[in-house]
Ligand binder design. Structure first.
Ligand code: COA
Length: 279
């Protein structure tokens, strides 16, 4: 596996528990080349077990989040090579969905600019999505004569209103960050100059909470979406027990003690004081 410093098409910056992970092809509007996929596939494995990474922020270098698959290097260059296509499709889906949606720490997509086609998958895979007001989103595939790529139709059918998903996929019309917030595709949209500051604010808020509780909570929300009620009830009871067993900070006991005995906080207004233990 390549060391973080050797990555070229992706860039990693770590500061104060936040890891900024960027596609680093600003001159190509961060279109996803084969190299992007292979490097992202590797770097996410590193970061998943990296103790300096408490929160992962996915964004893009320059003025673009990601302009979708690189039509030249991902599609055209491999058109006659089924083996290469297979390998790249695997890497592309692995990092954008499997690895990102099951990442063991909170993930934030910070959509700083263009966000097209295949990039909708990694936005959906992140736990929380923030956008610049003037970010430009588009399911432009219909303008190329192709279907939205990979699992994008599945992603938008789940995160967008049914009518919006059909409308934007069929027209290829773009929409901005504010519209993305209105339709629930992102959580919040901010003026561009505030986006990073708001992202850091959110990351810091999440870092005050129990990491094990956050990890189990996001896993639970994702899993129950595909269950019926009896399955969900059974799964959640077991998940809850598993959290108590796995939480090295003993958050439940700590929270109860601080609320009931010490009366030092109220859960309705904010979090208890974490008893941090090293990973
Ligand atoms: N695949 C390959 N190259 C891409 C790309 C993509 N998806 N998106 C941008 N690029 C390249 C351009 O070809 C150009 O390369 P060049 O400098 O060698 O000519 C460079 O990135 C800059 O793009 P440009 O179009 O000049 O920038 P812009 O700021 O005027 O427009 C976009 C930005 C994102 C609106 C425009 O590039 C675009 O529509 N890209 C395609 C987006 C898309 O449909 N993605 C889905 C792919 S399935």
């Amino acid at each position: 596996m390549a060391a973080a410093e050797t990555y070229e098409a992706v860039h990693v910056e770590k500061e104060g528990g936040i890891t900024w992970l960027m596609i680093n092809r600003p001159d190509k509007r961060n279109a996803m080349s084969p190299q992007v996929h292979l490097e992202m596939d590797a770097v996410l494995d590193d970061l998943a077990v990296d103790s300096a990474t408490e929160i992962l922020v996915l964004t893009g270098a320059g003025n673009s989040f990601c302009a979708g698959q690189d039509s030249k290097l991902y599609f055209r260059a491999n058109a006659g090579d089924p083996a290469a296509r297979h390998k790249l499709r695997r890497a592309s889906n692995n990092w954008r969905w499997q690895k990102l949606s099951t990442f063991p720490k909170p993930t934030i997509a910070m959509v700083n600019g263009y966000c097209f086609g295949g990039a909708f998958t990694q936005v959906t895979a992140c736990d929380i999505a923030l956008a610049a007001d003037d970010a430009m989103f588009g399911l432009s595939e219909v303008n190329w004569g192709i279907l939205p790529g990979g699992i994008v139709p599945w992603n938008v059918a789940q995160t967008m209103n049914y009518r919006d998903a059909l409308h934007y996929a069929m027209t290829g019309d773009s929409f901005d960050g504010k519209q993305a917030q209105q339709m629930g595709f992102v959580d919040f949209s901010y003026p561009k100059e505030k986006l990073r500051e708001e992202t850091i604010k959110l990351a810091k808020k999440l870092m005050e909470k129990s990491p094990a509780t956050l990890c189990f909570t996001k896993e639970a929300i994702r899993a129950v979406r595909f269950m019926n009620e009896p399955q969900a009830a059974d799964y959640l009871a077991a998940k809850s027990d598993a959290l108590r067993f796995n939480d090295k900070e003993h958050s439940r006991e700590e929270g109860m003690k601080q609320f009931l005995d010490e009366k030092s906080y109220r859960p309705g207004y904010g979090h208890f004081k974490r008893k941090r233990v090293s990973a």
